[in-house]
Design a protein around this ligand. Sequence first.
Ligand code: G3I
Length: 470
Amino acid sequence: MFRNTKKSVLFVRLGSMVLLIAMVASLISSKASAAATTLGAAAALSGRYFGTAISNGKLGDSAYTTLAAREFNMVTPENELKIDATEPQQNVFSFTAGDSILNWATSHGMKMRGHTLAWHSQQPSWMQSLTGTALRNAMINHIQKVMAHYVGKLAAWDVVNEAYADDGTQNRRQSNLQATGNDWIEVAFRTADAVEPGVRLCYNDYNIENWSAAKTQGVYNMVKDFKARGVPIDCVGFQTHFTGGSSLPSNFQTTLSSFAALGVDVALTEVDVTQANTTQYAGLTQACVNVARCIGITVWGVRDSDSWRSGEAPLLFDGSGNKKAAYTSVLNVLNSVGGGTPQPTATNTTAPTRTNTPIVGATATRTSTPVIDATPVRTNTPVATTSGGACSPVTSTVTAPFTFDGAGTFCWQIATVPSYVNNWNNNAVSINGTNYTNIYVGSSSLPAKINGFYYISYNGSFAWSHIEVR
Ligand code: G3I
């Protein structure tokens, strides 16, 4: 009896050990099998996407489509949603090629980024010949019509592409769009937000990966200003074309995290690297996965032979569709972050909606009686306006400093009579203590009224003549 009891205890112990070994073995094997074997699946392990540029003309190439559908879960049309493709003649729109890519993407469970609504390049000839108000209105109409066609169907839009200069300054690029007024980017984003507030609205540019570069700082300051003033922007796309002397900067992660700290998502949107250098590919992937708000990576083409610079073999697959060393380096980084815990892919591919109203803190208590300044002294003679160019129609002309209690839109210009200066830079206009650099201030971006009035003053160095209110 005693011996039998000992025997059964022994059996129970042996059984437990076998069970334990089996559990450990199954844990090890499930950990090993959690490493993903495609770029899209590996990125999804940490809730990110991995995308590629797709060309509609190649959707008939089964080697191309099979490879793309296997590896990626995000698509950007390489050329099909550019302005010349979607609006070849003014107000005549063509979505056939874009729709074709979208259908292909959705039928393979992939999402799509829209590229791009406002850009100095790839403009149809009719747009290139426009200037001033006509061009501004054409841009607005283009954004409205193209976005309306794709409402609810895309994960993001590159609203504005490549608006900053490459001259070692923080300046905007000279272009016909820039010549319509410094506020063109802001207007593009506000227009886009009015059409579809729920889609991610992105600014996209190249050579802004290096945190020390003036161009990077120029874009950073614009995004910072937009966030401070409530201009609707959701993300910044870093094209990440490492070519022609440009290579992975050691501070790329600093750049991504600095932008993310402004309250925008960041993404690598057009990656390619000369000769597909493995260190740079691994490094750029690591920079993204180290930043929580870096939502995904897109390479600019599938195989080297599909690249816009195929001579540099800059992609992850060779012309025959074979995985290159850079592919493995990217996959390994993605898998190392995933930690073997699959995350749902779809959760962060849709833009957050701006549904909540910011909570205003406690009301400030006035501790001293405000002193009303002396009446402003007019130092030059106001010039009656006829037409304000982009400011027309003019409903009222006033002289600064002045107060105004109306709703609506301010539109101002300074005149060095008789020619108008279309830009008030250097924060020349102040409305209730907020400085503005733009010609127009829409009602949505005006500061709060003080005692029911806007107090407007002009601090610039030009001789001012008037402010127009429409
Ligand atoms: O489709 C026409 C074809 O019908 C014609 O015979 C041929 C003759 O040149 O041109 C073809 O169009 C070309 C198109 O690519 C499709 O291959 C255009 O000329 C050519 O300019 C266009 O180049 C594109 C370039 O943007 C300009 O828009 C590249 O494919 C595309 O990869 C490249 O992508 C840009 C991003 O949009 C923005 N960031 C930089 C990136 C690289 O330049």
